[in-house]
Design a protein around this ligand. Structure first.
Ligand code: ZN
Ligand code: ZN
Length: 265
């Protein structure tokens, strides 16, 4: 199959590599129909994440069609259309049972390395270095999905890929950013960064009850998207002082009122 493989900083190549195989009875193999690049992939591309090895397949945001299942996969069948969580959760450990899949105790065989670097271990992540489990990513024609019953979400057939793909990472990441702000009805929320995750944070802020959302960035096309897609008011911090602009737009000292919350995405 063809896959996007990492070979060093600023060196990603589309190469022909062996097709993935079922390695564990709980695995499934997907034929990838859509995949996308995350801001986090830039850390790999720029060479900042240790434990990448030449030939590693990138990609943690992908969806596709189930083409093969292991003998213990119970919820999925060949032909199912699924999106896969970028974090690999086993579904049965202490953390997974509490919906804290990014802390899964069973999906990262290299958690011991992380304990030395971070002080604690995380789950595995597809295509995100050996520190995060060494899983082949989804920027490929096919990908192996471990713990497939748990990590692959069945999707309806009548919604296009591009509307569903963000559920693999960008939308829940933005939602979590908004959720962490404990937004109350009537709040004014400012979001720094109008990339995809920031835009989903803005939309989520409205979903959680915000009355006004203000997107802050320096790129006009992103600010335009924040207006059109996320229905946000906008500030270009290269044109104005963002703090002063926020005070003006909200009529308040923004660090001192209960009604305003700010967070970085
Ligand atoms: Zn991502
Ligand atoms: Zn787990």
């Amino acid at each position: 199959m063809k896959a996007a493989c990492w070979h060093g900083a600023n060196d990603v190549r589309v190469e022909t590599v062996p097709d993935p195989k079922i390695l564990n009875p709980r695995d499934a193999i997907l034929k990838v129909t859509s995949t996308t690049i995350c801001g986090s992939d830039l850390h790999l591309y720029d060479g900042y994440i240790p434990t990448m090895q030449p030939g590693d397949i990138l990609g943690h945001e992908f969806m596709g069609e189930v083409v093969e299942i292991g003998s213990e996969v119970k919820q999925l069948q060949k032909g199912d259309r699924v999106a896969v969580s970028s974090m690999v959760g086993c579904g049965s450990c202490f953390f997974c049972q509490r919906d804290l899949w990014s802390l899964c105790d069973n999906s990262n065989p290299n958690a011991w390395m992380q304990e030395k670097v971070f002080g604690f271990g995380t789950s595995g992540i597809y295509g995100y270095s050996h520190l995060f489990g060494g899983y082949a990513g989804g920027d490929a024609e096919y990908v192996r999905v471990p713990f497939a019953d748990f990590g692959a979400l069945k999707l309806p057939q009548d919604i296009p890929d591009e509307k569903l793909l963000p559920i693999t990472d960008a939308f829940p990441t933005g939602y979590m950013g908004a959720d962490l702000c404990n937004i109350q009805p009537g709040d004014i929320v400012a979001v720094w960064g109008c990339g995809p995750v920031g835009q989903f944070a803005m939309v989520s802020a409205y979903l959680l009850g915000a009355e006004r959302v203000i997107g802050i960035d320096r790129f006009p096309y992103r600010l335009q998207l924040a207006k059109d897609f996320a229905k946000a008011e906008t500030i270009n911090y290269e044109e104005v002082d963002a703090g002063e602009a926020l005070k003006e737009m909200t009529g308040a000292g923004w660090f001192h009122t209960k009604k305003e919350k700010t967070f970085w995405i």
